[in-house]
Design a binder for this molecule. Sequence first.
Ligand code: ZN
Length: 471
Amino acid sequence: MREQTRPPYYHESMDWDRLTAEYEPPFEFMTGARLWSPERIAEEQLRRLRGAVERAASVPFYRRLWAEHGFSPADITSLDDLRRMPSYTIDDIRDSIERQPPLGDYQGVGFADAAHTPLRIYTSGGTTGTPRPTIYTQWDREVGAILSARTFYMQGIRPGDAVINAWAYSTHNAAWIMDHALWHWLGAIPITTSTGNVTPTEKQIEFAQLYGAASITATSDYLLHIADTARRMGLDPRTDFDFKTILSFGDTAAVEEAFGVPTYDSYAFHEVQYLAAECEAKDGLHIFEDAFIIEIVDFETGEALPPGHKGNIVVTALYKTGTSQLRYNIQDISASYELSQCSCGSWHKKLDYFQGRSDTMVKLRGVNVWPEACGKIVAGHPGVTGEYYCYAERVAPEGKVARDEMTIMVEKADGTGDSAVLRAELAALLKQKTGVAIGVELVERDGLRELTGHGHRAKLKRFEDRREAGR
Ligand SMILES: [Zn+2]
């Protein structure tokens, strides 16, 4: 007979009372941690930060990074001291994986730990290059699920609601954590369709109608595609569904317009799960400050920026026990808000809406320009469909120094008049808002579908760097 080993059964491998006391589930959160004073938030953050730093201090990746920058865990005596800790980016993670494949040396646990605590692994980047793994302990997983559940609860999901989960079920975390949150912490009924590649969009629409789905969660790009498909099927997205709220990421105004129901934004990424969520006030995203410290730093110097200034998001996750993130510069662009009490009653700091990725940022004559910002500027013009695609190239006019240029391709709306006039108007608008000249190319409606992957990619491609090719 084979050796017998008792597995670490999920229901008995963790102290659930400690979990829900430290990280309140949605119902308790609404009258609990959500209403903490700024002083209470700071107090809890410092306590949790000390614990997180202590845990990371035994991880080779952090030991090396901190030693290189002369940082010691003992340096943390106040929240301000966090700035003394070096930040890192995806390049450091890639380097760590190269040093010690396949998991890197940034993990706080290994597969052998699954003998006493349930673990799971998700990866990002796996489709295009070396996968970057994040290992979730049961604790990290449940805290992440609670934060996701808080987001959905704040945005209107209640027990008994059927929710279509149209995120991609893959090696990536997104769809799974939402499913976990809906099922384990909300009493909602997830209908796991995944994207249009798994369940055709027409079928998803049938499911939503058949079961009277109260909500759907997907990227705004995909939600707009669903609305489009519904119209092509002869349905009215505003009246032929039972949605009461829509849970999205990105351009929620367009989705709200298409479906005629409140649509909420949030901010999450796969290594840390839900980090900030829009409340009913719809004015910025509340950071879950009992679980995170968020800084906005200058693109080049890494120095902290005051509220209102666009920079990179630097994330410190306070709850992690498996794969830690301490001052991780995720290179997403946003800005912080001035601290004030929201009309919803919460003091949790707010983060501005996602503005784009700084790794696709192009410097044109000293001005930082990025595709998502250009897309937002042209989308406001009535002569276009809102679809766009940007590319950067290095242009070397005869006898002149080579310089970088950005061009935005834009789909014309039906019945648009003179193209030359439209192009001039868009170019003027871009120049006015960004302060620098950006090329404009017009294409017919649906002319960008091939480039962006509209209809089959959950997250559309919006940028192509052609500069390398021109060198
Ligand atoms: Zn609020």
